[in-house]
Design a protein around this ligand. Structure first.
Ligand code: DP6
Length: 327
């Protein structure tokens, strides 16, 4: 009997993957850039078994069952079977997984779960087969992309850039950032991100989208290299608004932005105006709001968290370990 366990983090894209040139293997229409959220992880355990491959929730303190629908389980198992064929794994397996954060509400749970599944199946193949070939993190990233596009960035800690087939790690002189998630809704998304990729192609704004995303990525890369935080803030805010405008001008149009997420954005803008400093703000395909802070901004961040909880009583905060002393 063999049993392996691996985990992978969620990641938040600052330049977004939105739109595919091939939905069969998740080839993106444009490059993207992300920060991995090492405190928000999926853990996957794979154990040899008998009968059909199956998925089960992983029971572990501090972890929740991902809300894997029947369709979600099938997608996960189908990809597991693809990975088995890549590494010639023949035995049946039971795959157990769990997240330490709420799934399907804009925290990119497919990214961490598919990256963790790819890592776990690779570890399993290496455990059961002496001859299993060696795969680099880039190789694993390329494979993971075929399961869920954004997962290819979750193979790397810190900053990652995904161009074409796989992602790679990238170093900037801002090696650490704190993360606050303003959780406004834990409801399951009505339009999944996979559907969103298909629908945005109907927006008139989609035609020039690859050029806009590429230009913004170039500018953001320069801004991060030169630690120009205010420029990063402007570029990343423009980028998330660009993506949400694609959603809102699709046929049929759909939207994840709510009055509450717009209010959080306004509070961030006010903070910047008053302090000439503030967090990078972005939103994924969901109503929740992500903030990134430099480590020297923690006091400002703590004050802002109090304001959010005071002005938006229905909001919940999920914070990176940088803030643990606050709780
Ligand atoms: C809005 O990776 O979930 O989070 O490849 O169909 O699984 P599939 O899509 P997915 O798309 C995530 C899109 C996004 C932006 C991003 O993470 O870049």
């Amino acid at each position: 009997m063999s049993k392996v366990t691996e985990s992978a983090p969620a990641n938040i894209a600052l330049i977004k993957y939105m739109g595919k040139t091939s939905s069969a293997d998740n080839t993106p229409t444009n490059p993207s850039l992300s920060w991995s959220l090492s405190h928000l992880v999926t853990e996957v355990e794979i154990e040899s078994s008998s009968g059909e491959d199956r998925w089960e929730p992983l029971v572990k303190p501090g972890f929740d069952t991902p809300c894997l629908s029947e369709k979600g389980q099938q997608r996960f198992l189908k990809f597991a079977s693809h990975l088995k064929s890549v590494w010639g794994v023949e035995q049946s397996v039971v795959i157990r997984s769990a997240n330490n954060f709420p799934a399907d509400c804009g925290i990119a749970s497919s990214a961490s779960s598919f990256a963790a599944l790819t890592k776990a199946m690779y570890a399993f193949a290496r455990a059961v087969q002496a001859q299993a070939p060696e795969f680099s993190l880039e190789d694993l990233s390329r494979l993971s992309r075929e399961g869920s596009g954004s997962s290819c960035r979750s193979l790397f800690p810190g900053w990652a850039i995904w161009e074409n087939q796989q992602a790679h790690a990238v170093e900037y002189p801002i090696p650490d950032v704190a993360h606050s998630l303003i959780l406004l809704s834990e409801e399951k998304k009505t339009v999944s991100s996979s559907e969103a990729h298909r629908l945005v192609a109907t927006s008139p704004r989609f035609k020039m989208r690859p050029e806009r995303a590429k230009a913004r990525l170039q500018s953001l890369d320069k801004a991060l290299r030169s630690k120009n935080w205010v420029l990063c803030y402007g570029l990343v805010r423009d980028e998330y608004i660009d993506m949400h405008e694609l959603f809102e001008t699709s046929e049929p149009a759909f939207s994840y932005r709510t009055d509450e997420s717009k209010k959080a954005d306004t509070l961030v803008q006010t903070l910047w105006r008053e302090h000439h400093d503030g967090p990078i703000i972005t939103m994924d395909a969901g109503p929740n709001v992500h903030l990134l802070w430099r480590p020297d901004q923690l006091e400002l961040a703590k004050e802002f968290h109090k304001k959010i909880l005071n002005d938006m009583p229905s909001a919940r905060l999920i914070l990176s370990p940088h803030f643990m002393r606050e709780l």
